[in-house]
Design a binder for this molecule. Structure first.
Ligand code: AMP
Length: 436
């Protein structure tokens, strides 16, 4: 079959109804766990002034250098589709005077994001993330709580066992300046062994050399100076406490001294969830502390910590793990009817059932009962109601259990109660904690 003339642009996808079941389920879990921990939801615009991202993410990061969808407004203002969530949330925190609120402020989001990267499995140009931020508190217990919340959500979604939590500290910005000098000294003279990207990064963003995926760069990284040698006592103590709290919460982690995360704004704790199978290539989410970002945006010094997870990659893991989200789209009743009077009578019946929370689809047109029943079958309706001329005259209705294939004739009067009860019973069997 020839493909249709119009296709979605490269790297972006339609979310079809079956996948929406996963998205809805993840949203429900995230909302539930975030609310439980005192977070409130925020949505920032899909695009911001370009500066918001360049200033916060750093102009030597891959996202800013290569991956942003930028455009100009008609008046010549430089704008960008948001590539991540933290910058917009911090901009909103300051713009709406949230520094005046009791601190810390806890916010979460579930939104689409955009990056102009080379599309491949798990890497798209429009994707979705859920994330959360705690702004206004520097205590390491906050780091542990953010990590715990992300871990809890992975557990609820049934994918925690498939992921390994990678943990590291990148210290304070003063620690990092010292470390960057050490790295530049170490790599100087070895440039030819580095990949092209790393050669460019060496003087601009030497930390990135540590998490390069190229084999030769990894070998050199393993011989490079260790951050622990230049880290201040304070930073070490912060990291030590984060680990102590995680142990208390029984969250297992792998310490990874090469984990630096891509963005300039991180300080101290950084973490990512890697796939047990594919490692870093298929990280589902990551985050860390960003104590300098609010100040960078012109606010007073305000520590913060956050996390973001990719929903498409999370769904991929759920599918591989055989997790099936509850299907709330299930059609409970299909109404088949024959003749004008039956069709007319079925209209109020449909509304009555929908008011009671029963999902109902009715046949339209003039097809035979047999072909209407085929539709009911295809829709996987739980029950079919059949209303013909005889039934209308006798004030009865045929109710067919589609799974069992059995049917009974019942009085029209009170039929909605009967069906509501049957559906309720079935639902009760399938109920799980997220459905309510
Ligand atoms: P990052 O802040 O870049 O580590 O992104 C956090 C998470 O978002 C990643 O671990 C991925 O799960 C997801 N993510 C980032 N970029 C993309 C993309 N281009 N396509 C799909 N998911 C992405």
């Amino acid at each position: 079959m020839a493909s249709p003339k119009y296709q979605s642009p490269k790297g972006v996808h339609d979310v079809l109804p079956d996948d929406h079941l996963y998205f809805s389920f993840i949203k429900k879990v995230v909302r539930h766990r975030c609310r439980e921990a005192g977070f409130r939801r925020i949505s920032t615009p899909m695009f911001e002034n370009l500066d918001v991202f360049v200033h916060s993410l750093g102009d030597t990061t891959d996202i800013v250098e290569k991956e942003m969808f930028t455009f100009e407004s008609k008046s010549g203002k430089k704008l960008a589709l948001r590539p991540e969530g933290t910058a917009g949330v911090v901009r909103a925190y300051l713009q709406h005077g949230m520094q005046q609120l009791p601190q810390p402020v806890e916010l979460y989001y579930i939104e689409p994001f955009f990056r102009y990267n080379r599309p491949q499995k798990g890497r798209y140009r429009q994707f979705h993330q859920f994330g959360f931020e705690i702004i206004g508190e520097s205590d390491p217990v906050i780091d542990a709580q953010v990590i715990y919340l992300s871990h809890k959500i992975n557990q609820d979604l049934g994918i925690a066992d498939r992921l390994s939590l990678q943990l590291n500290t990148i210290g304070s910005s003063e620690d990092r300046s010292r470390f960057k000098e050490d790295l530049i000294n170490f790599y100087t003279g070895k440039e030819r062994s580095l990949c092209e990207d790393c050669q460019k990064r060496l003087h601009r963003n030497p930390l990135r050399l540590l998490d390069c995926k190229e084999e030769d760069c990894q070998i050199l990284a393993s011989m490079a100076p260790k951050f622990a040698n230049v880290m201040s006592e304070e930073s070490k103590e912060h990291y030590g406490l984060v680990k102590e709290f995680l142990d208390e919460l029984k969250v297992t982690y792998t310490e990874n001294p090469y984990l630096v995360r891509g963005l300039d704004y991180y300080t101290h704790t950084v973490f990512e969830y890697w796939s047990q199978k594919d490692g870093a290539q298929n990280a589902t989410g990551g985050g860390g502390r960003y104590d300098g970002l609010v100040e960078l945006f012109g606010g007073t010094s305000t520590p913060a910590m956050g996390y973001a997870a990719g929903m498409e990659r999370t769904i991929e893991h759920m599918k591989e793990a055989g997790i099936r989200p509850p299907n709330k789209d299930r059609i409970h009743v299909f109404v088949a009817q024959l003749g004008h009077i039956a069709k007319k009578r079925s209209l109020s019946l449909l509304n009555e059932m929908r008011e009671r929370g029963i999902n109902v689809v009715a046949a339209a047109g003039k097809a035979s009962i047999k072909s209407q029943m085929k539709v009911a079958d295809r829709l996987q309706a739980e029950y079919a109601m059949i209303l013909g001329q005889i039934e209308v005259q006798e004030k009865t209705i045929i109710l067919r259990d589609m799974d069992k294939g059995s049917q009974e004739t019942l009085p029209m009067d009170g039929i909605v109660d009967v069906v509501a009860e049957k559906i309720g019973e079935n639902r009760l069997d399938k109920r799980n904690m997220w459905e309510e």
